[in-house]
Design a protein around this ligand. Sequence first.
Ligand code: DC
Length: 227
Amino acid sequence: MAVYNIAIDGPAGAGKSTIAKLAAKKLGFIYVDTGAMYRALALYFIRKGIQAEETEKLAEALKEADVSIRYEAGEQIVLLNGENVNAYIRTEEVGKMTSVTSALAMVREKLLELQRKLATEQSVLMDGRDIGTTVLPDADLKIYLTADAGVRAERRYKELVARGESCDRMQIERDIILRDQQDMSRAVSPLRKAEDAILVDASFLTIDEVTEKILSLFEEAKKQKGK
Ligand code: DC
């Protein structure tokens, strides 16, 4: 059976993971959330009490950190030295640490091999920031999924309010813009659209509309490749 790779990159909050999960399910592909892997390493550094600027300590700690993934009922489980850390990696603290440590070349090198290996073994839909540009440059389909910063902030705000958390809508938008700048301006594997990626602007589309669009783009890509 042919192995297909779909790469989805884009800024935080554009709906990448929700859409990627849905599309992967419809296609029967494995969904690979690379952000979760970067988050697991950041969690390791936090647990060790290391600050983001302590590069030497980070390098030492990195040698002892092992990240792997497995799938349970279609759900990606991230293992940090064998421990399932899914419940601990979605906090603001881990998110902030991740945006700094994921800019380090040594951190990226550590995860690159694992990500590439997953994509050679089976058909995957992988989401992240550098999948189309660095991890899977030969992917069958590359999507750059984005949405207006104001729209992304509004969605995040509603999510937090629904969870009963108090938050400042303007602060959320400022944080989103700052996170985009950090991801796009770093020296190693910055977030950018691969030349052959298709830009999808999700600002005024529903999750289902974007998912359908990706599925039809994939059908077209398959026909073109004759795979
Ligand atoms: O997609 P996410 O919010 O889980 O990503 C968390 C952080 O990891 C974010 O700051 C960007 C970074 N990241 C990255 O640098 N490269 C990837 N392939 C995926 C995520």
